[in-house]
Every structure is written in structure tokens, then in C-alpha cells.
Write a protein of this length. Structure first.
Length: 92
């Protein structure tokens, strides 16, 4: 599920296209294509398996979030705007 997603950018202050990619180090990234603001996941994903538009508890904006399973087997939801990464308490 890499590619482009429309999401709010805290740096630009507007909805912009974000480039979603996996870095050489294996982390999920979201980079604003207008200003270059780049945020990354806390864990390395083994599988990206969903997304949703929802309010972010960290930045307070309605943003796109990606759901992934980490290499360790935990479910994560990462905000594409601020990078806040929430993990499950037990393995999936």
C-alpha cells in the first residue's frame, strides 16, 4: 500500500498529497509532496493492511491513518500527518 494519499499537513496547514514509502531502513514513511515534511513509523512493518480517515489523538486533525502489522507481530495505526504510531497491547 505504498503510493500517494491525500492527508492534512501540519507544516503546510492544508490537505496535500503525501508520498507513502518504505525507507531503506524498513520503516513506513509519509512525506508531504508540497513542503517535504517527512514522518516515520515507530516499528518496521511486515504487512500494511488497511487505512482510515480518523481524528488523530496527537495532532488533533482529521487525517489518514495506515494500519500495519509490525515485524514483532503487533497491530499499529500511524497518522500520516504527524507520525503518531499507536500499537496494540498484544500480538495480532
Amino acid at each position: 500500500m505504498t503510493g500517494f494519499e491525500l492527508s492534512y499537513c501540519n507544516n503546510c496547514g492544508r490537505s496535500t498529497s503525501h508520498d507513502i514509502y518504505i525507507s531503506q531502513g524498513g520503516y513506513l514513511h509519509s512525506m508531504c509532496t508540497d513542503c517535504g515534511k517527512d514522518v516515520a513509523s515507530d516499528s518496521k512493518p511486515s504487512e500494511i493492511n488497511g487505512n482510515a480517515d480518523k481524528p488523530c489523538s496527537n495532532c488533533g486533525n482529521q487525517t489518514k491513518h495506515y494500519r500495519y502489522i509490525s515485524v514483532g507481530g503487533y497491530i499499529h495505526w500511524m497518522c500520516l500527518t504527524c507520525g503518531k504510531d499507536i500499537a496494540s497491547g498484544s500480538k495480532a
